[in-house]
Design a protein around this ligand. Structure first.
Ligand code: PLP
Length: 264
């Protein structure tokens, strides 16, 4: 009998520093025992201090990459990261629909840890209209949730409202990440749309500057666990444990002069 891999595809941007983007995604898939593939939407010239340049891939070539891998190998789950433009967002959504991909984790990447912009303003509407409805899990951090809802978020009830608001775009669940909050913990809130149920994921905050790639790693870990057959809640819980371990392990390393990477 042929052995089979759990196959996971990332559709995202390249980070030359290896801490985030495609590079973090592929490392995560490998660390979790999955077979990783990539469709690159944009190249970034980047290090731990920031992004110095972005070179978007033509949308038609992103489509060609998708067709090449999904038309042959297929994917048990897909993670979506940096989409950069409205055109790339629409093309990627079309490819996912064409191939009937259902286990989709959408990290609505907008800015890098360094503060540099990774999504053009006019792509936000495209993200809401074309991409969120396809997602099993959407994973905004607090600033991204504010952009998606158009509301300022400060307290717990507002985080709940934001999760419900984003779920109205017809995704199966929303995971709002608390890492950018000013509190001592970094709780995440998962909202399961159909069940109308909230799950709080508690984790102690780890003090470190090495947080480059945390969002990418978390969403890739969720996609890996979905590919292995876990349901959304179990996949998110396991991925949260994995990212917390990766941040803890990487906390004391010195890499570059800015935000160093998490450790896989
Ligand atoms: N995608 C790319 C290509 C990036 O360069 C970055 C950050 O620099 C991100 C996504 C988001 O990274 P994070 O996981 O730190 O939110």
């Amino acid at each position: 009998m042929n052995k089979t891999y759990h196959k996971v595809l990332t559709i995202a941007g390249s980070d030359s520093s290896g801490g985030a983007g495609i590079q973090a995604d592929l490392k995560t898939f490998s660390a979790l025992g999955c077979y990783g593939m990539s469709v690159i939407t944009a190249l970034t010239a980047q290090n731990t201090k920031g992004v110095t340049g972005i070179h978007a891939v033509p949308a038609s070539f992103a489509a060609e990459q998708m067709e090449a891998v999904l038309g042959d190998i297929g994917a048990d789950a897909v993670k979506i990261g940096m989409l950069y433009s409205a055109e790339l967002t629409e093309v990627v959504a079309r490819g996912l629909l064409k191939h009937g991909i259902r286990k989709i984790v959408l990290d609505p990447v907008m800015v890098a840890q360094s503060g540099d912009k990774l999504l053009q303003n006019d792509a936000i509407e495209a993200l809401k209209t074309h991409m969120i409805p396809l997602a099993a899990v959407v994973t905004p951090n607090l600033p991204e949730a504010e952009v998606l809802t158009g509301e300022k978020i400060s307290g717990y009830e507002e985080i709940q409202d934001a999760a419900r608001h984003i779920s109205h775009h017809n995704c199966q669940s929303v995971l709002i990440k608390g890492g950018h909050s000013e509190n001592d913990d970094s709780d995440d809130l998962l909202y399961l749309t159909q069940e109308e149920r909230f799950v709080t994921l508690k984790e102690e905050r780890i003090e470190t500057r090495n947080n480059h790639g945390t969002g990418c790693t978390l969403s890739s870990a969720i996609a890996s666990f979905l590919a292995k057959g876990h349901d959304i809640e179990a996949a998110v819980r396991r991925a949260k444990t994995y990212i917390s371990g990766a941040i803890r392990t990487g906390a004391k390393y010195k890499m570059g002069h800015g935000h160093g990477p998490v450790h896989h």
